[in-house]
Write a protein that binds this ligand. Structure first.
Ligand code: ZN
Length: 195
């Protein structure tokens, strides 16, 4: 009896997590990866969810998940929001600090890690309206940071804040705030130069 109760609770948690992913417009592949549900179960769940709620607000994304680390360096605002997300991953325990960056503390397919990923994204949503980073991009950011081959985090050399680091770039980067301030100061001094 106890065993079947536990199994029921676990199944309920799996479905609840899948619904949370659907609400964040995650792709079917991502939902399957994190919950272990079949594509067919996910489709049915999606259909039920759409019928029971305001479906207009949830979009279903098809195709491949994002894979470009360069996305997070497109502009200072995006870079700032990505650094905030990286900090939230550490705060919620999905990543932890290690020599020269961060390392993974999550397990794909674990309901606990999946729930933490949703909590991070929901905290991020509360900080920004509108947001610049989709749930799929946030998941890609977590993946890229834990792989440590393209992206990492480091303290800004000017203000000490968390900055996202492009490991493939040799350029020295301050955090987006300090980089913008330095650019503005440069522009000002160039404008003020005597002719
Ligand atoms: Zn800075």
């Amino acid at each position: 009896m106890r065993v079947s109760d536990d199994r029921y609770t676990r199944e309920r948690e799996r479905l609840d997590l899948a619904l949370r992913f659907i609400r964040h417009e995650a792709r079917t592949f991502t939902i399957r990866q994190w919950t272990g549900l079949s594509d067919d179960r996910i489709r049915k769940l999606y259909r039920t969810y759409v019928l029971e709620t305001d479906a207009q607000q949830v979009h279903r994304h098809r195709g491949k998940s994002p894979r470009q680390a360069a996305f997070f360096f497109k502009n200072p605002e995006l870079n700032f929001q990505a650094a905030q997300l990286a900090s939230l991953f550490v705060v919620y325990g999905l990543l932890c600090g290690s020599d020269g960056g961060v390392k993974s503390r999550y397990r794909v397919g674990s309901l606990e890690s999946g729930t933490l990923l949703c909590q991070v994204y929901e905290s991020y949503l509360e900080l920004h309206a509108p947001v610049s980073i989709s749930f799929e991009h946030a998941w890609f950011l977590l993946l890229a940071l834990s792989r440590h081959d393209e992206l990492s985090v480091a303290p800004c050399s000017v203000c000490g804040g968390v900055r996202l680091r492009d490991l493939l770039s040799t350029r020295r980067f301050d955090c987006s705030n300090c980089a913008s301030a330095a650019a503005a100061a440069r522009e000002f001094s160039e404008g003020a130069a005597p002719c």
